[in-house]
Design a protein around this ligand. Structure first.
Ligand code: GDP
Ligand code: MG
Length: 299
């Protein structure tokens, strides 16, 4: 994973960890407390931070006197070990019929932008991508997706504002199937403030997709704004109650010091983080890999 784009999270994290271990050659209570505080304040989350600190404590139990680089290494390997066995990274694409991705999340988290970047990602690896403009709720939403479809050079299926989102989704999947698309990505409006409505709308969209392709949607991708820190984690929990979320993308990792939430989410939820968004440009989407992420934060 490229190291760019994580600026603020990286600086904040590294600075805090460095402050904890600088000048220390012994891991005592004080160091462990400071480490815990550094992790929690980087939005790694209380539960995950406590687990990590306990793991560091166990790791240094035998030999409390360590060099700074040994300490650094222990922190890195403990963080990494903690996330071993969790799944992450892009979903595999079946080559039988279009892989249908339904994109959900509250307003402003970066759904439409991320769809543009995802379309670019899949197109670059040789996939034929179609977009479905099922956020028909806000005036600019369809136009915004059109701009992305032009920019990336992929087909968009839209019926304008106020059209039935499920009807648009149906057409997108149907055309994707008839025209042999590999990936169909469908945008939605994010209205979590009305849970029943949202649940009904998403169920309806999923139901009509399933009429065209029984397996569709193959993926329900929840977009979360990393700059909201722990709130992003809460949104993931809330959305999972409304629909079966199968993957996550954390956006705005570039502008925040709260990117540590990626570790909390990977640790606490059984939903894979697939990509992280690191800017507003078309290439600012990185497949997530916790090991490289931790390395990027600590180096
Ligand atoms: P939606 O309402 O969920 O569809 O969100 P949009 O895609 O319209 O994005 C909302 C705002 O967030 C826009 O100004 C985007 O350019 C911005 N945005 C989305 N992803 C990122 C990202 O990874 N980094 C930064 N810095 N901005 C982003
Ligand atoms: Mg949108």
């Amino acid at each position: 994973m490229a190291l760019f784009g994580l600026g603020k999270t990286k600086n904040a994290f590294l600075e805090k960890i460095s402050r904890v271990i600088s000048g220390k050659s012994k891991v005592d209570e004080g160091v462990l407390d400071d480490l815990e505080e550094a992790l929690i304040s980087s939005d790694v989350g209380v539960d995950t931070s406590i687990k990590l600190v306990e793991a560091v404590e166990r790791a240094v139990k035998e030999n409390k006197f360590l060099t700074q680089s040994e300490l650094h290494e222990i922190i890195e390997s403990t963080l990494t070990d903690q996330l071993k066995g969790k799944s992450f990274g892009p979903d595999s694409i079946s080559d039988i019929s279009p892989h249908v991705i339904l994109v959900v999340g509250v307003n402003g988290v970066g759904k439409t932008t991320t769809i543009g970047k995802l379309a670019n990602y899949y197109k670059k690896i040789g996939k034929k991508v179609f977009l479905g403009a099922s956020d028909t709720f806000r005036a600019a939403a369809v136009d915004q997706l059109k701009v992305w479809s032009d920019r990336v050079g992929v087909k968009i299926i839209e019926k304008g504002m106020n059209a039935d989102p499920a009807a648009v989704a149906y057409s997108a999947v149907e055309q994707g199937k008839t025209e042999n698309a590999d990936v169909v990505i469908v945008d939605t409006a994010g209205r979590l403030h009305n849970k029943v409505n949202l649940m009904n709308e998403l169920s309806k969209i999923k139901r009509v997709m399933g009429k065209v392709i029984p397996d569709a949607p193959n993926e329900v991708l929840l977009i979360l704004d990393a700059s909201t820190g722990q709130n992003a984690l809460n949104q993931a929990v809330e959305f999972s109650k409304v629909t079966d979320v199968s993957g996550l993308i954390l956006t705005k990792m570039d502008g925040t010091a709260k990117g540590g939430v990626a570790l909390a989410i990977s640790d606490q939820l059984s939903i894979p983080v697939r990509f992280i968004g690191t800017g507003e440009a078309v290439d600012d989407l990185i497949p997530f890999d916790p090991e490289s992420f931790i390395k990027a934060l600590l180096k």
